[in-house]
Design a protein around this ligand. Structure first.
Ligand code: ZN
Length: 92
C-alpha cells in the first residue's frame, strides 16, 4: 500500500542527511495499516554520519546513535500522529 505521511514529517525528513522510518507490524486485522496500530509514526532524522562506531553517549548535543542499513547514524527520533487513524491506531 501507499502510506500516508503528514507534511510535517516530510519536512522533518528533509532536515537530515538521511531519515529512517520505524518499521510497522500490524498484529491485528483491525490495526491501522499506515502506523501498524501505534497511532503514531516514528522517524529517525540522522543529521550526522555514517560512522563505524556509535557516537553517543560521548556526544554532548542530545543526539543519539542508531544502527540503520549497516552503519551508525546520529540524530533524533521525531514522532507524528498518524494521519490515517488520527492517533486511534485502528483501521477503517
Ligand atoms: Zn494509523
Amino acid at each position: 500500500m501507499i502510506r500516508n505521511f503528514p507534511q510535517t514529517m516530510v519536512s522533518a525528513a528533509s532536515l537530515g542527511k538521511k531519515a529512517f522510518l520505524s518499521d510497522i507490524a500490524p498484529t491485528n486485522g483491525s490495526d491501522c495499516k499506515n502506523c501498524g496500530g501505534m497511532g503514531m509514526l516514528f522517524l529517525f532524522v540522522a543529521t550526522d554520519g555514517p560512522f563505524l562506531t556509535p557516537a553517543s553517549p560521548y556526544r554532548g548535543d542530545g543526539k543519539v546513535s542508531k544502527w540503520y542499513g549497516g552503519k551508525w547514524w546520529a540524530g533524533n527520533t521525531h514522532s507524528f500522529t498518524c494521519p490515517e487513524c488520527q492517533g486511534e491506531g485502528r483501521g477503517s
